[in-house]
Design a protein around this ligand. Sequence first.
Ligand code: PLP
Length: 386
Amino acid sequence: MSNRLDWIDDELERLRDADLDRHLHTHEGPQGPTLAIAGRMLVNFGSNDYLGLAGDARLAAAAAAAMNVEGFGSGSSPLIVGHASSHARLEAKLAEFERVEAALLTSTGYAANVGAVTALVGRGDIVFSDSLNHASLIDGCRLSRAEVLVYPHGNIDALAAGLSEAGEFRRRLIVTDGLFSMDGDVAPLADLAELAETHDAMLLVDEAHATGVFGAQGRGTCEAAGVEEAVDVRIGTLSKALGAIGGFVAGRESLVARLVNRARPYIFSTALPPAAAAAAVAALDIVREEPQRRTELLARAAELREALAGDGWDVGPSVSQIIPLVVGDAGETMRLAAQLRERGFLVPPIRPPSVPEGECRLRLSLSYAHSPQMIADLWAALKELR
Ligand SMILES: *Cc1c(COP(=O)(O)O)cnc(C)c1O
């Protein structure tokens, strides 16, 4: 073998020296509030399984039933011969759930964002993007070849100025996370909707962390803020609170038709296994029938946030089931994560590039599946480490 890849070793060593290298931790058994890692059971505060559905037997049963009828693989991309009846059923169900004309199922939330942004804007257009948006929105902006103006996180005045000062563009698009994944805060949606109206800009909101959790019916932050009518494109994921896999775009019929014709991650990638879509259908039923999952989750999160803030932890601007404990230094963050692990808690340390330099943190993700005792024990452990 040549030594042409030796530079990678040097780069990896640099990451290690800065406490920024990352590793996989393989677990055994199903995803849930406890995970077996390296022969040890840990209480899991790292997953996005907010409603505790990833390991729910009803999702597995729905997938198994679909597999018996449709097999496992989907065979091709949706437009060729990969669109099975389970996919169609899920899309109809998503449109009904989201109360929109149509929904498009994509293989991931990542693909939904990249596909939607690149299908909506191109050269000669401009996108306004929140500085803390998810990587998939950022990548969608970059791939679109539109002009991109990144406005400071949640800063409505800066966005308004940007919209006013932007020169002549064919189309304008504002993109934002609804619930931000690193701080657990919500975008100023009512203000964004107003600005979009004033400046004739399309508005896209990514509900990845909020679908199933926020809003009276669980449709997300737009529902909670009462702005759904003003949002042109809603993105969601089936892989977080819904415990399945896949992403979706919800909105007008013509929007979905545009994506089917122009969204490259959708067009040039194999459709999900139909059984995955069947599992997501079962998850949507549970979201409708068991609202206590989301209401109790948010109530417990509010309680824990308050308790931690009372102990002196910096929980940032969180208003959700995502609770950051901002530490700052990467080494100190890694030490705290290791100490928690020794005490039986899995709490992921978050470092650059996921957050800016100097803003390293532990990120607690609460799930309905956590027992009140698990949460109390974590609180006690954190109190000890403070
Ligand atoms: C996780 C996430 C995505 C990607 O969703 P996947 O289904 O995991 O690909 C998109 N946007 C945000 C804000 C996310 O947190």
